[in-house]
Design a protein around this ligand. Structure first.
Ligand code: PRP
Length: 173
């Protein structure tokens, strides 16, 4: 899998992130929201997103254990580590790079919901709805992508390609 084709250019991503930032600013200005990035994939997206938000907010990260390569569908997800602060009573926005089967984010939203945030919303850069196994409500969505293996802008294949500034689809050779 070395050939790749461009799915989203830097300009398209910039425009998408700007649109999402405007939507989040409209809803959260003055509320000191807690943005929780899901590691590792969201690290670039979250970094670009928060730099477009010109009001007080806080940032935390969570890492989740991977449940396998996608061939496993056990749905077992675990949270690695802890948040630096409680979410109870907070206006929480989870920032994710991609929703695929939905298993990861469904688990995390439930995990956070049980900690009684004041509100809980999901912002995802990419959605791959053809692969969904569990329903997920994405409150702030960047782009819908086809059922292809996507890398770049934080997303990896075997830990490679995260640094690419665009989003690419890897092609089977
Ligand atoms: C990816 C992505 C999401 C999840 C989506 O994470 O960042 O968290 O998979 O898949 P799902 O909707 O089928 O659950 P990955 O486990 O590859 O870890 P990473 O973020 O460290 O790359």
């Amino acid at each position: 899998m070395t050939r790749r084709s461009l799915l989203l250019s830097q300009q398209e991503i910039n425009q998408g992130v700007a649109r999402l930032a405007a939507e989040i600013a409209r809803d959260y200005r003055g509320k000191n929201p807690l943005l929780i990035g899901v590691l590792k994939g969201s690290f670039i997206f979250l970094s670009d997103l928060v730099r477009r938000l010109d009001f007080p907010l806080e940032v935390e990260f969570l890492q989740l254990s991977s449940y396998g390569s996608g061939t496993q569908s056990s749905g077992r997800v675990r949270v690695l580590g802890r948040l630096g602060q409680p979410v109870k009573g907070r206006e929480v926005v989870v920032v994710e790079d991609i929703v695929d089967t939905g298993i990861t984010i469904a688990f995390l939203m439930d995990y956070l919901h049980r900690r009684h945030p004041r509100s809980l919303k999901l912002c995802a850069l990419l959605d791959k709805p053809e692969r969904r196994q569990v329903p997920v409500k994405i409150d702030y969505l960047g782009f819908t992508v086809p059922d292809r293996f996507v890398v770049g802008y934080g997303l990896d294949y075997n830990e490679q390609f995260r640094h690419l500034p665009e989003v690419w689809a890897l092609e089977e050779e």
